[in-house]
Design a protein around this ligand. Sequence first.
Ligand SMILES: [Zn+2]
Length: 181
Amino acid sequence: MRVAAFIERDGLLNKVQVEHDCVITPTRLEDFKLAPGAEGLIGKLREAGYVVIATTNQPGLSTGDLSRRELDVMHDILLKKLNLDDIMVCPHDEADCCPCRKPRPGLLIEAGFKWHVDLDRSVAISDKWQDAEAARIAGCTSILIQSPWNGPVHHDFKVSSFQDAVTKAVALLDASGILVR
Ligand SMILES: [Zn+2]
């Protein structure tokens, strides 16, 4: 079975605005900019054998602040420029009580079925606690990047940058000694 690296989208793969310690997700195409260095880091994960899947909560789809068409264009850009395997989206708002809005594990579990990946050997990389919690429930290893959004939840590793997170993820895969692609 293959293994996946689940990457939080906002702030890791695309730039975000931060206001009063809140992450503002881009809702217009002209505000959607790739994060510098992301392409090379995704390449390293893929070379190591990971299926690389971005995961993202986009409640603006439910509230009407973000159009599906606009998001689809953003994600086309992301898939092509960063060479991602997939992007999994939760389109719901908290009030929808869905199973896929992180910290719930629905996106990871769905991706596990879709891509036939072994969740126990997969990793989630994020600067937000919601991903570490979703990873814990799904049985993945979490690598949390230091940020104001780490929260008090369980995480397996904490690192200081996306680059360090990728180095850690690659090392974890080597340690398993299994060729996955
Ligand atoms: Zn959802």
